[in-house]
Design a protein around this ligand. Sequence first.
Ligand code: ZN
Length: 119
Amino acid sequence: MKLKPCPFCGSTRSLLVWETLRGTTVQCDRCGVQGPHAIDEVAAAAWWDEVKRPSASMLARATARLRALRRQQKREAAEAKDEAERRAAPKRAQEREYRQWAADREAWLRCPVEEDTIQ
Ligand SMILES: [Zn+2]
């Protein structure tokens, strides 16, 4: 059965015609959308083909918007990661300083006291 592409994702290869409790429908296996539920396969296919589809230019605009949105999300995620690292940097330096201080203190405490230096 030749069906029109999925109105949402444009897939032509993942269309299944199957029976559900509510009737027979066409489902896109790629994005999961289902067409109207009909009494049989022929009616389900006819309804699927009647679903309004976006024009090629509309699809191209929507795809471009989605790509721009994804780029923006990636940029924002990278900025947030940079910011988190910048905030963590002083704390790390402080921790390093404290560890050095603790190590110096340990070394000082272990240092033997020479009798003749005590007056
Ligand atoms: Zn689809």
